[in-house]
Design a protein around this ligand. Structure first.
Ligand code: NAD
Length: 438
């Protein structure tokens, strides 16, 4: 099929490359000319395992192209909307500026029957507005169909998740949209991926609801961690015990500095705003607590670090290991690691950050922070070291070797990534949110 993908960031670039690898003829359109240039050369503008190879393959075979010119989308039969829907400045609501702008640019090109498919995460009710706007302004009028097909990919696993999703959601208001989506995703459906056919509103709610569930789970485990700390209990052992209960399960059960990134925080907030608009304000108070507990983890980590260096950040040297919001990604949007690093710096510490993939983005977002190219360089003469992103490489650090690099062997494990016994045995003053002092 001839497909256009509008917006080629983390979601769109991956989606475009994966659809091309499934045999479709795909054009990616984005307003960011630099990004388009890199993608057109077959290179991902961000860190995503496996994506470079897929992009190169698509571009070289001629099945995948990228452009800043919307006109190139005109010949497609299916158009995926993948633009960003960040948090609106000064509000918890979603900012739909890019979505409406993409609809305005696309509509005049739609002069024959086609399907527009929303993939961006939007407040429930947006899809109907998009459909009405398209039908009112596109030359094809009512021959423009709309579907919503939310995306569940995880950064760091985006290619794998796109090629082998655990489910597909087809939000449609008729058979045409449904049949077209079945054709687009034929390889996945043939491989047995379950597809749920539903209405537009339920499809819009699917992604944001998944993120609300995940955010609540992390904040709940962080609440348990804080109680563990107060009771001198160990949240690592506690989550292991909980994880054996298959009603609870062990995934997404790691306490620490909290969730971040371009989705969970803003989706949880936007969901709450939309629920209030729909008259469901009271139970949404729960989500405000979820958010508050999450932000509290960052503040608790900063306070723990300041306490460990003697009560004042000023004059101390801090090593922060990790800047990405999670391992496997270079995304620093709303990253707890970077937030903690910047707060310590603002409180007078000299902070040096090392991340295996996100150094460039960390520098762009927080130019005043020092950036190092290795764990050792970041930790040189540090008064305290903080592990704030769950990169596997940090779990393999040899505490006996690192002790010779730092000025004071003090460490905070903000991701439950380190073995407390091993670090303490090597002579480190070891602390972690939710872990006892023994
Ligand atoms: N990143 C994820 O893991 C993920 C997963 C599932 C869903 N989502 C959702 O997907 C959407 C996109 O997220 P993302 O992380 O890819 O964001 P992103 O910021 O990485 O990419 C958005 C892209 O849209 C482009 N854009 C903005 N306005 C445009 C316009 N008018 N026309 C064409 N392009 C335009 C931007 O230049 C940018 O490249 C969001 O709604 C997000 O919530 C993201």
């Amino acid at each position: 099929m001839r497909v256009s993908v509008i917006g080629t960031g983390y979601l769109g670039a991956t989606h475009a490359a994966c659809l091309a690898s499934c045999g479709h003829q795909v054009v990616g359109v984005d307003t960011n000319a630099d990004q388009i240039k890199r993608l057109a050369a077959g290179a991902a503008p961000f860190h995503e395992p496996g994506l470079d190879a897929l992009l190169r393959q698509g571009v070289e075979s001629g099945s995948l192209s990228f452009t800043a010119d919307y006109a190139a989308a005109a010949s497609a039969d299916v158009h995926f909307l993948c633009v960003g829907t960040p948090q609106r400045a000064g509000s918890h609501a979603a900012d739909l500026t890019a979505l409406w702008s993409s609809v305005e640019s696309l509509a005049p090109l739609l002069d024959r029957p086609c399907l527009v498919v929303g993939k961006s995460t939007v407040p429930v009710g947006t899809a109907l507005q998009v459909r009405d706007r398209l039908r009112a302004t596109a030359p094809a009028g009512d021959d423009v169909d709309l579907a919503w097909n939310p995306e569940f990919l995880r950064e760091g696993h985006a290619v794998e998740d796109s090629l082998h999703p655990d489910r597909l959601v087809f939000g449609v208001d008729g058979n045409v949209g449904y049949q077209t989506l079945c054709e687009v995703y034929a390889p996945m459906l043939t491989a047995g991926v379950p597809a749920v056919r539903t209405d537009l509103a339920t499809a819009e709610l699917a992604k944001v609801s998944a993120n609300v569930m995940l955010a609540a789970r992390i904040s709940l485990v962080n609440l348990l961690a804080e109680v563990c700390e107060a009771a001198d209990a160990d949240v690592g052992d506690l989550t292991q015990i909980l994880g054996y209960d298959d009603r609870i399960g062990s995934k997404f059960l790691t306490p620490g500095v909290g969730f971040g990134g371009g989705c969970l925080p803003k989706d949880t907030r936007a969901f709450a705003v939309r629920a209030e608009e729909l008259g469901v304000g009271d139970p949404v108070a729960l989500l405000r607590e979820v958010d508050a507990i999450n932000m509290r983890q960052r503040a608790r980590t900063v306070n723990m670090a300041v306490d460990m260096v003697g009560g004042r950040a000023t004059g101390s040297t801090v090593a922060v290991l990790g800047a990405a919001f999670k391992a496997g990604s270079d995304d620093v949007r709303d990253s707890p690691a970077l937030d903690v690093a910047a707060t310590l710096q603002a409180r007078g510490a000299q902070v040096c950050v090392y991340d295996p993939a996100a150094n460039t983005n960390a520098h762009r977002a927080q130019p005043r922070l020092g950036i190092a190219n290795s764990v050792e360089d970041a930790c040189r003469n540090a008064d305290i070291t903080l592990v704030l992103t769950d990169w596997p490489e940090f779990g393999t650090i040899d505490p006996a070797a690192l002790i010779d690099v730092v000025r004071h062997p003090r460490i905070i494990d903000g991701r439950l990534a380190l073995d407390p016994d091993r670090w303490r045995a090597a002579g480190w003053d070891f602390h972690a949110l939710g872990r006892g002092t023994r």
